[in-house]
Design a protein around this ligand. Sequence first.
Ligand code: NAD
Ligand code: TYD
Length: 350
Amino acid sequence: MKKILITGGAGFIGSHVVRLFVNSYPQYKIYNLDKLTYAGNLRNLEDIQGAANYEFIKADIADRDQITGLFKTHGFDSVIHLAAESHVDRSISNPLEFLRTNIVGTVNLLNACIETWADHFDGHLFYHVSTDEVYGSLHDDGFFLESTSYDPQSPYSASKAGSDHFVRAYGNTYGLPYVLTNCSNNYGPNQFPEKLIPLFINNIRNRKKLPVYGRGENIRDWLYVVDHARAIDLVFHKSQPGKTYNIGGFNEWKNLDLIRVLCDVMDEKLGNTPGASRELIEFVTDRKGHDFRYAIDANLIKEELGWEPSLQFEEGLSKTVDWYLQNQDWLSEVTSGGYLKYYETHYGSH
Ligand code: NAD
Ligand code: TYD
């Protein structure tokens, strides 16, 4: 049985990747390694937690001894690395935590891979999941290509760019087989309500103000999370080692336009008077160093691997709102902090 280590599997995107792999590949043993920071929630994986080919490991990627020991015990064959500190606003107030997890943690994993796989790299793969934010900020025109120079502008994107450079350096220096993908903004079920879409869904649900940074003119390219997980599956199985692919939704939205659509969808689903939620919009002080526009050219992965987003944005947004409304207990538990006790209750204290 091939042993696949997925890091950050209790988080937003990681939980969708873990579910897809556990359900699609009974011939693989899937190990989900996660520190369970505030962003990690094992409730995201309740449906597969008893699967025969699944195991959860609570560990910190920045703890070198712990990671080395786990590779010795389990001898993982391949790694899909998603664990990270992922929120730009938190990186502005606590950059060191981003350096620790995103750079030191990634290098610990890379070292464990080259030690465990030694010079016998055949059949092994280190898959590094990264972001389009490493390319910096676009003006009104143009798109990020795989060949676009790195120009990270926030502590978050700088730490992700650093981790990307280390992955490629290990490929070049030690011959480590790797693949790397840079994806645009994800949305969908199980996203922590600090990011724009789930935060605003939760605020509308509670009739709280919607804090729009600046004038709401910044632009993001949105992709439904399950489509990202499908792309990761495809790249993991079909890509040549050493390749990079950009992944995006072909779906750019100015923040304020997106927020207005979200308000209208919520009003319709909640039976509110049309326009009621738009009244909650409040313009607040802009994020420091706020990147203006991200836009991915995802044609390479489309042409070489045949990947395309499966959902139109309107459909994805409607499904997303339905999920949060049907899982209000998930949302309440996350906002109250109750989910933090889940691991202790289900796995005992370690
Ligand atoms: P998330 O914040 O929802 O989840 C991150 C997970 O990593 C959590 O479960 C957390 O507990 C775990 N983690 C954090 N520090 C850890 C550590 N030191 N050791 C072990 N586990 C740790 O993040 P996400 O949005 O699911 O993003 C996952 C990955 O995808 C990240 O690498 C991120 O940079 C990348 N990415 C995210 C987006 C997006 O829109 N969310 C877009 C492109 C790329
Ligand atoms: P976010 O979800 O934090 O993703 P990222 O910054 O990684 O793109 O934010 C998406 C956009 O929404 C970004 O331009 C910042 C903006 N934003 C707000 O206007 N208000 C908010 O409360 C948040 C969290 C984000």
